[in-house]
Ligand binder design. Structure first.
Ligand code: SF4
Length: 475
């Protein structure tokens, strides 16, 4: 993805001129932001809960090796199997081999950002396995052959009319099917119900994993997570290695802030906690449903590199999406402009953290550093601090424009020579007065024109501060 020939700035330009995208983003991000605010205001101990959640995440990440070991033992005690994957290729190979060895033909997936990170669908499809996304947003993105543009609302960039056109084209929907949103969801439901019934394997992500019990927790609003993990005979859970909490009671803390921060709900409609595969046995001793096999794939794919760096705090993230909704940059450009699986403020840190700064050097600059992301983050991750660190890394790696380098070098020469500095200031003031109308410049020359593309620049004062100081003193 980083290898795309279209630059970040070109994608941003396209997004800013896409009126439909602007409308869709405006409606959705303000709905989520207002919902989050109301939900947290209604929770009297919200601040204390957020502090507690942060402590849990900080403690877990600081002792990740211990809790990973404990979790793996607990999964195996509950009858599941654990697989360790250091890279995306390794994770994909594990899942594809599990599927091929078990003659799997059809896979259903519940929403999983890590499977997007792995590009797993393409790998399974290359092995002639049919993959169906079952989260409605992900299903729409799959039909449209697009990538999700938000970590909890994959098609936030689409309007209802876009989806209606897509359903007509790809599913042969009738006017009645498209008459309103309930009819449209009923159509998707009918199609997806068949996919569940035919599936041999269900692939899910993991919202949280509990080290002491080996349980995995999935939150969804559509019930597709429950069907994915119980209907097919094999369940594969893909888990980023940082998804852990130590104890079951910690889960209670996390769940209270996750849905409120994500969508403004008190709790998600479905919270599934899976511990091991279906327990066999007769009558009361056995379970009536659930998979015969549970496989948990624990994936590193660059996370240990983050863990040992100044970006480790980003591993506290619980993927609620609140920072995306609150970010003034995301609100304008949407998710696709970032060209990364993880867009928005969290993605600005996670993406270069996972893959290195060189292919992603523009990303840390896609922020105003206003601090809105830190303010809304349920675990108070200091994203602006890490963005400054990444900007510094990008500069040290040589990623800054030539005009800036030349400009700074000129400035350094002038600033260390008072006569030259004062002459330069006088010439700049004279020039800026010539370029301005009523004290404002609406078109700066050359590389500086980017500033005035969308706002004016104030003209420099006719006299410098030191000139005025001298004049006043002499009077
Ligand atoms: S960084 Fe914070 S606000 Fe952003 S997705 Fe992660 S937990 Fe949510």
């Amino acid at each position: 993805m980083a290898g795309s020939s279209i630059t970040f700035y070109e994608r941003v330009e396209d997004a800013l001129h896409d009126q439909q995208l602007q409308t869709a983003l405006n409606i959705s991000t303000s709905r989520f932001t207002n919902g989050r605010k109301a939900a947290l205001q209604a929770l009297p101990e919200a601040d204390a809960l957020r502090d507690h959640a942060r402590r849990i995440r900080a403690h877990t990440i600081a002792h990740l090796d211990r809790y990973l070991g404990q979790f793996a033992d607990s999964v195996e005690q509950a009858g599941g199997q654990v697989h360790w994957a250091e890279t995306a290729d390794e994770a994909n190979r594990i899942v594809a081999t599990l599927a091929q060895e078990r003659n799997v033909k059809n896979v259903v997936k519940s929403k999983s950002m890590i499977s997007e990170e792995l590009h797993l669908n393409a790998v399974l499809e290359a092995a002639r396995i049919c993959v169906t996304e079952t989260d409605l947003g992900e299903y729409i993105a799959q039909l449209a052959e697009e990538k999700p543009s938000h970590i909890i609302a994959p098609v936030i960039h689409k309007t209802r009319q876009d989806v209606a056109d897509l359903f007509r084209q790809k599913l042969g929907a009738t006017d009645e099917d498209l008459s309103d949103v309930p009819h449209m969801t009923a159509l998707a439901r009918r199609v997806l119900r068949n996919a569940f019934l035919q599936a041999d394997m269900g692939i899910s992500g993991v919202n949280f994993a509990v080290a002491e019990t080996g349980s995995i927790c999935l939150v969804t609003n559509e019930g597709n997570g429950r069907l994915t993990t119980t209907t097919p005979r094999i369940h594969v859970a893909l888990m980023g290695m940082e998804r852990l909490v130590p104890k079951f009671e910690d889960l209670g803390v996390m769940l209270q802030i996750l849905a409120r921060s994500a969508t403004g709900q008190k709790t998600s409609v479905y919270t599934n906690i899976v511990t091991g595969p279906r327990r066999a046995g007769n009558n009361d001793s056995g379970e009536p449903d659930g998979p015969d096999e549970l496989h948990v794939v624990i994936i590193d794919n660059g996370r240990s590199q983050i863990l040992g760096s100044e970006l480790a705090e980003i591993l506290y993230c619980i993927r609620c999406g609140a920072c995306l909704n609150a970010c003034p940059v995301y609100q304008q450009i949407g998710g696709h402009a970032y060209n990364s699986v993880y867009p928005g403020p969290v993605g600005l840190v996670v993406t270069p953290g996972l893959y290195g700064i060189n292919p992603w050097s523009e990303l840390p600059h896609a922020s105003t550093l206003c601090g809105a992301c830190r303010e809304v983050c349920p675990v108070r991750i200091n994203i602006p601090r890490m963005l400054l660190k990444l900007r510094d890394e990008a500069t040290k790696a040589g990623h800054y424009p030539g005009w800036l380098k030349r400009g700074l070098s000129l400035y350094r020469q002038a600033a260390t020579r008072p006569t030259m500095y004062h002459k330069g200031a006088q010439v700049s003031a004279w020039l800026s007065q010539r370029l301005s109308r009523s004290g404002w410049i609406n078109k700066l020359p050359g590389s500086l024109s980017g500033w005035t593309d969308s706002r004016d620049f104030p003209a420099l004062a006719k006299k410098s501060f030191s000139q005025r100081w001298r004049e006043e003193r002499d009077e």
